[in-house]
Design a protein around this ligand. Structure first.
Ligand SMILES: [Zn+2]
Ligand SMILES: [Zn+2]
Length: 261
């Protein structure tokens, strides 16, 4: 068994609210500098930049940094749900289904240009070196046509697990949007935000309603800029850094464990 640090909630420059510095190689190097072994890329309503970050990690770190394919879906109720997947195909398929319900057009293939030329945040789909390969024209921050239950089912259908994002926050969380934490759909875990972890350490965070659902708790940075990466993360005790072991550790199977770092 070894203990590794994972930040399972990182946005790239594809997310319209993220810094345009959130480029694949910058993300990889910042993660390595901060001692992370695993990360998940979870852009709003799309997984189109996961492969670029995965390739950057492989090229720049060898096996030192593993990338879990992910997505942060905005449900019809405006609840954020993280989908984490064993393989890229699952995340991409969920992204495709979600995109069909968002306002806007299909993405357009465009000439490759360096991301440094990005005047604002243009929802750019990138290659591993940070060059734009296409622009996503759907509005990625909009609520999708999928309800909370449909979103969780969609993630499951494609082999993923669904995590209730930033459960301690008022905005875009299950409790904040619904006013209660439902029995169905059943989440695999709940994520506490970085601010929530700070409040937890001061004994100020009230999450009895979430604890009552016996939900394993993890934390991710929800970073939208390089400075935020690993500001909150989860320590996993696993035999090796891979998706299957993360899943077992969240369930506490064998001597595997996870705890908010
Ligand atoms: Zn969110
Ligand atoms: Zn997020």
């Amino acid at each position: 068994m070894k203990t590794i640090l994972a930040d399972l909630h990182i946005h790239t420059a594809l997310s319209p609210c993220a810094s345009r510095q959130m480029l694949p190689r910058k993300i990889v190097h910042t993660c390595l500098d901060r001692g992370l072994t695993m990360i998940a890329i979870c852009d709003h309503n799309s997984a189109a930049n996961v492969s670029a970050v995965t390739e950057a990690a492989r090229k720049e770190s060898g096996e030192a940094l593993k990338v879990v394919p992910g997505i942060e879906v905005t449900t019809r109720e405006e609840v954020h749900v993280l989908g984490l997947f064993p393989a890229l195909e699952g995340a991409l398929a969920v992204g495709e289904s979600i995109l069909e319900t968002l306002p806007g057009k299909r993405l357009t293939e465009e000439p490759s240009i360096p991301a440094a030329a990005n005047p604002g945040n243009g929802q750019w789909i990138l290659d591993w070196e940070g060059r734009r390969t296409a622009t996503e024209r759907h509005l990625l921050t909009a609520a999708s046509g999928y309800s909370l239950e449909e979103t969780v089912n969609l993630i499951h259908r494609h082999g993923g697990v669904a995590v209730a994002a930033h459960v301690d926050r008022r905005a875009f969380s299950v409790l904040g949007q619904l006013g209660f934490f439902p029995e169905i759909p059943r989440f695999f875990a709940g994520e506490i935000s970085a601010a929530g972890v700070a409040r937890m350490k001061r004994g100020e965070l009230q999450i009895e309603e979430i604890r009552a659902h016996d939900l394993p708790l993890i934390s991710g940075s929800d970073s939208h800029s390089p400075e935020e990466i690993a500001c909150s993360c989860t320590a996993f005790q696993v035999t090796e850094p891979c998706f299957a072991e993360l899943i077992l550790a969240i369930q506490g199977i064998g001597s595997r464990r996870c705890c908010i770092a």
